[in-house]
Design a protein around this ligand. Sequence first.
Ligand SMILES: Cc1cc2nc3c(=O)[nH]c(=O)nc-3n(C[C@H](O)[C@H](O)[C@H](O)COP(=O)(O)OP(=O)(O)OC[C@H]3O[C@@H](n4cnc5c(N)ncnc54)[C@H](O)[C@@H]3O)c2cc1C
Length: 437
Amino acid sequence: MKGYEHLAQWVSISDSPADRENHSSDISGHSPHKPDIIAYPESTAQIARLLTWANTEKIPVTPWGAGTSAEGNPIPVRGGICLSLERMHRILKLSIEDRLAVVQPGVKYRELNRQLAGTGWFFAVAVGGDATIGGMIANNAAGPKAVKYGATKAHVLGLEVVLADGRVIRTGGRSAKQSCGYNLTQLFVGSEGTLGVITEAIVRLTPEPTFEEALVAQFPSVAHALHCASTLSGLDAGAIEFLDRAYMGFLGEEPADTLFCEFHSIGDGAEAERRCWAAGAIAVRRATEAVERARLWAARLRAYTASAEANPGARLLTTDTAVPVGKLQEMVSFLQRELSRRNLTGYLLGHAGDGNVHVILPWLNEAQRQAVNGFSLAAVEKSLSLGGTASGEHGVGIGKRHYLKGEHGANAVGLMKEIKSLLDPARILNPGKLLPD
Ligand SMILES: Cc1cc2nc3c(=O)[nH]c(=O)nc-3n(C[C@H](O)[C@H](O)[C@H](O)COP(=O)(O)OP(=O)(O)OC[C@H]3O[C@@H](n4cnc5c(N)ncnc54)[C@H](O)[C@@H]3O)c2cc1C
């Protein structure tokens, strides 16, 4: 607590061992690092005051939503202050008339949707983790529904942000259409807490589908499954997800390459089933009733956490490449060849509808760490060669910083560094993330 005591006069802080431990890691395999203290502000004014002080003293400040990131994004690698947004969890306004909600950053997206239940409207981004809206904006999270509704960036109309020096700015606004000046809102979307702290967000609401049908189809090979996925995207699909046979087997399911889909128009499920059989499916099941839909999707929903539970003691590296959808099959074949050539265990989980594939690779020791890192580099190089990206939805965090130049080029990365220097010249905000050193 040394040096931080005076903060306690106006903001709640903690340096308890349990609190520091709980704010030292996310779900990635990156090494944990404890902050010196955790601050729990309850207002924008408190955050502005804290940042003004930290900026003068050059103390690192790392924002923290729910800590469910997959790339080390909220790990306070340089110590200092972990700025938890958990007490800023109020929904400030729900306006069905204006089709928007105004929320504090610590609101969990599931809670927002609970409050909206029965209105016919919802916040249309869903990730597997119990994430905050601030963290989802900061990572530009996506998830299974992105194939229909897009990533978080498509759902943010405006922000209130505290800059590193304590200045408070407002970006965007409540209008559905905006064409007035530089789009500062989108500068902060995906900035992973490195440019400012989001203290309020205006997010779009989307009409809920009036009909939902789940479809799960098994195929004799990845090529069959992904070819089929490419034929489904013209339908009103709310999700097109993929698990490979290794993942299914390891989840205790029938070991077949499997598509998990959701359709929102009556008749599209039947049409999708017809296309699955035409693409060589060996089994197809469909359901419209909620409990049965959840049962069909159960394997997909527990996939990520199951891979951690099944490898006790191991750390996990998760790749996050995304390629143009037409190149997905080539990308996945490459990943499978590389896994076998390098003799690595890896489970494939894909948001097939938008070309985003994760390979989850457990590792236990330094030799294995190097091996999975080598695989990750090969995956990124292949993705870039196909016109894709190193990160479709998890962000750059710690692990993907060295891929930035390859993806964007030296000039664009140089401009990113200039933006960082302009907004955070003392480099206090989430240091050691996103940009290469
Ligand atoms: C089981 C599981 C499944 C997942 N599935 C998906 C998926 O399908 N798609 C997907 O995209 N992600 C997925 N994730 C990853 C994760 O849920 C998302 O990245 C999410 O956006 C993180 O939100 P969070 O609230 O936990 O933020 P944190 O992890 O706490 O923080 C995320 C980043 O945002 C910064 N930050 C947090 N709050 C603020 C703020 N108010 N202002 C500025 N910066 C801030 C942090 O410093 C950090 O850099 C999954 C995670 C789990 C555990």
